[in-house]
Write a protein that binds this ligand. Structure first.
Ligand code: PEP
Length: 262
């Protein structure tokens, strides 16, 4: 157990439509109505942000609204992109930066991800920096080198005073959407390594305040054991976040783990 309040994010990716997304948002808010032990955010596709925002607001929900990506420029000739200010204007409170699919499908590099992260924090958004090694990198024994580079470059020029608004999601690429979950021991080792790096970059106090969450095929039957590890502060959930009951169950496991009741 630590003083860090666990965080669970539901990354809907390019899934749902206005109707199914609304049902999902209602299911999540209703399922978590009396659960105060975990900070929860949902990350719907851009076109549904306002619809989901209305649902969260009308139900007086503490579930936060997140976006899956943003661009670092404020405004201008950047066709297809959205800025942090636009997201704020739509009630968004948090944004993912450098998700594995942005890195590996869209080709985003650490330097761009750092610009987005800085712009997100400057715009007043909380930011989730996603890092993690591919299977090839893991098999070559390069996991620590890769995640260290992603964390160091991703956080360049970001002061430790923003620690509370920053979450790091360790998401091994080989576990995302594959049904393969890291073992609790592997997740703990990677998280401890990242926390050690944060300590060298910012000192112990900041390192102890930054939440590091695990992502990669989390399901209600696997999440509890991973959340029980001391350096795992919750999760980022893809596939299972599309089912309200599963997502709510995962959120409750994170809260129970922080209370020490699992
Ligand atoms: C993700 O998209 O961040 C993720 C972890 O996906 P999944 O849970 O489907 O592996």
């Amino acid at each position: 157990m630590s003083d860090r309040k666990p965080f669970v994010g539901g990354n809907w990716k390019m899934n749902t439509n206005r109707s199914t997304g609304s049902d999902l948002a209602r299911g999540v808010t209703d399922g978590l109505l009396h659960e105060g032990g975990v900070e929860v955010a949902v990350f719907p596709p851009f076109p549904y942000l306002l619809t989901v925002r209305s649902i969260l607001r009308d139900r007086g929900s503490s579930v936060r609204l997140g976006a899956q990506d943003m661009y670092h420029q404020g405004d201008g000739a950047y066709t297809g992109e959205v800025s942090g200010a636009m997201l704020r204007d739509c009630g968004v409170q948090a944004v993912l930066c450098g998700h594995s699919e942005r890195r590996h499908v869209m080709g985003e590099k650490d330097e761009l991800i750092n610009k987005k992260l800085r712009a997100a924090l400057e715009a007043g958004l909380d930011a989730v920096l996603c890092v993690g090694e591919t299977l090839e990198e893991r098999e070559a024994g390069h996991q620590d080198i890769i995640t260290s580079r992603q964390v160091r470059t991703g956080l360049a020029e970001i002061p430790g005073s923003l620690a509370e608004r920053l979450i790091i999601a360790y998401e091994p690429v080989w576990a995302i959407g594959t049904g393969k979950t890291a073992t609790p021991e592997d997740a703990q080792a990677a998280h401890a390594q990242i926390r050690g790096l944060l300590e060298r970059m910012y000192g112990k106090d900041v390192a102890n305040r930054v939440r590091i969450v695990y992502g990669g095929s989390l399901k209600p039957d696997t999440a509890g054991a991973i959340f029980a590890e001391p350096d795992v502060d919750g999760g980022l959930v893809g596939g299972a976040s599309l089912n309200a009951a599963d997502f709510v169950a995962i959120c409750k496991l994170a809260a129970a783990s922080a209370r020490g009741s699992v």
